[in-house]
Structures are given as structure tokens and as C-alpha cells.
Design a binder for this molecule. Sequence first.
Ligand SMILES: [Zn+2]
Length: 72
Amino acid sequence: MKKVLAVLLIFIFNGIFTISPAFAENVMFNVETKKVHKVSCPHAQKCTKNCIKIDRKDAYHQGGKPCKTCGG
Ligand SMILES: [Zn+2]
């Protein structure tokens, strides 16, 4: 019974971490223009060549600037 509870707790915690935006939110970072887009941004969806999916924190660390459309 204890084991079941532990497994259940792991599932709940995993759910919180994936939903919470405070934890490692991925953005699309254009390495050429240094623009930071939300993954859902139409510009990010068009940008397939120069864009990489990285952590928002890392994108701004690399000199990223927020996109004017989606706000980064
Ligand atoms: Zn954008």
C-alpha cells in the first residue's frame, strides 16, 4: 500500500513540474537574430532553420531579446 502511495506521489509531482511555468520553460531561440519566442509563437513555427529549443533562462543568458509579437 505504501508503495502505491509513493508511486502516486511521484506522478503528482511530475505533473506539477511539467505544468508549472516557473520550472525550466522552453522557448524557441533564434541563434541568428537572437530573438526569443514562445514555442506557440507563429514566428517560432516559421523559424525552423536558425531556431533552437532551449530553456528561457539560457536564451536570455546568450543575449536573447524578447519577440515583439509573443513577448518571448
Ligand atoms: Zn515570437
